[in-house]
Write a protein that binds this ligand. Structure first.
Ligand code: EPU
Length: 398
């Protein structure tokens, strides 16, 4: 079993660029199903979830080619199998992203129903209810979603709750539907606008992605494209948090700071100095000890749930007490018990964590539970005294 060994106590400094955004890349790979032509994706991150998504498309019959510049070209015409099997869905819930494209292009899809996961129950009812409003027939059978539709029809749909992958699924499905679709109460995450940009470069007619109303005028078919995936805002935020806990001095290049303004604001509240221009962020920790910062996670543009665990560590070594409210996922505090084993003083009551800053953390053997939780354990290891061993690092590979 592979583990990470971290010797704590070093200040981070230097320049770094981020990989392409995982949560933009996953729906983009799924969206290649909508076209018969070749789609080239540049700047894909080197991550397990990307491999899993390729495995899923490959299992349906898509051709996937990697060139010498590490660009992937995908051709998903004439898929033979329109199924996402449980073996893949259980390792990556984002497999649900093939549902909309398969229904729109092939009129049917069979997708294993994602169950619970490490961070919460995560149902997909908003995806299914909205697709039904476009004329899809959906039954749940033997643990699978079985969906069919002769022709998806444009509709006016208001989501019952804000969902990132649900918005993406519907946006993809509507590109090839008959007529106009209006989506209301949608997610506004930057990755949704990225996906819309890519689909529009393939001939789709999408307006308003990134706002809370998206309109899509269905077209007959989509062409191929070549598209570069923008940098990952959560990876950038994680590097900034790593610098914050090590009194570091770093510059992140190739990232649009507007994608993580709430994170930057909170870092400034800890006493850090943060400067940015349109595609870079410079960070230095001028405070000896970070000031505590209260956080409530919420959909974009508010503070992202995917940065909550990392900020738990900043607060854990802060000069006071901080409150964190996790409002997106009901079980996203699994890292707290492990952090307490490293000397943190954190108590959890439902979706509320109370973090009392301590003078120092010490290395320990800890176990990763999900990908962002793993990141927080690494951050704690970087600022702890002695050695930290992080087990179950396959979560980090995701
Ligand atoms: N929800 C429902 N019903 C639905 C869909 C969602 O009740 O049909 C609930 C969820 O249970 C959750 C909330 O709505 O409580 C929001 O879930 P959402 O659907 O927005 O999450 P997601 O689309 O499954 C994406 C990211 C997550 C990120 C969340 C929130 C991808 C592939 N995943 O998940 O990323 O945390 O949005 O921003 O885009 C990560 O990268 O570590 C990660 C978990």
């Amino acid at each position: 079993m592979e583990k990470l060994l971290i010797k704590g106590g070093n200040q981070l400094s230097g320049k770094i660029t981020c990989s392409g955004a995982k949560n933009a890349a996953l729906p983009m790979i799924a969206s290649t199903i909508l076209s018969d032509e070749k789609v080239t994706l540049k700047n894909l991150p080197y991550l397990q979830d990307i491999t899993t998504m390729f495995e899923l498309l490959g299992s349906m019959g898509a051709d996937i080619l990697l060139d010498e510049d590490m660009n992937f070209t995908i051709q998903s015409n004439n898929l033979k199998d329109i199924e996402a099997r449980y073996e893949l869905v259980k390792t990556m819930r984002a497999s649900i992203l093939v549902l909309g494209p398969l229904l729109a292009k092939y009129g049917k899809a069979r997708i294993a129903l994602p169950g619970g996961c490490a961070i919460g129950s995560r149902p997909v009812n908003y995806h299914l209810d909205s697709l039904k409003q476009m004329g899809a027939e959906i039954v749940l059978k033997n643990g699978y979603i079985e969906a069919s539709a002769k022709n998806l029809k444009g509709a006016d749909i208001r989501f019952d709750g804000v969902t990132v992958t649900g918005t993406e699924n519907l946006m993809m499905a509507a590109t090839l539907a008959e007529g106009k679709t209006t989506l209301l109460n949608v997610a506004k995450e930057p990755e949704i606008a990225d996906l819309a940009d890519m689909l529009n470069s393939m001939g789709a007619k999408i307006d308003g992605a990134g706002s809370d109303k998206i309109t899509i005028q269905g077209v007959e078919k989509l062409s191929g494209t070549s598209f570069e995936i923008p940098a990952d805002r959560i990876e950038a935020g994680t590097y900034l948090a790593a610098a914050a806990v090590t009194k570091g001095d770093i510059k992140i290049e190739g990232i649009n700071p507007n994608r993580l303004m709430k994170v930057i604001d909170k870092l400034i509240n800890t006493g850090a100095k943060v400067d940015y221009d349109e595609d870079s962020i410079s960070f230095s920790m001028s405070n000896d000890i970070p000031d505590p910062v209260d956080i409530t996670t919420a959909p974009f543009p508010e503070f992202p749930t995917d940065m909550q665990a990392q900020f738990s560590v900043i607060n854990a070594i802060s000069s006071g007490t901080a409150n964190i409210y996790e409002t997106i996922f009901e079980n996203r505090f699994m890292h707290i018990l492990e952090l307490n084993r490293m000397g943190c003083d954190i108590s959890v009551n439902g979706n509320h964590a109370i973090i009392k800053g301590v003078k120092s953390l010490y290395g320990a053997e800890v176990m990763a539970t999900d990908l962002r939780a793993s990141a927080s354990l690494i951050l704690a290891g970087l600022c702890a005294k002695g050695e930290t061993v992080v087990d179950r690092i396959y979560h980090i590979d995701r």
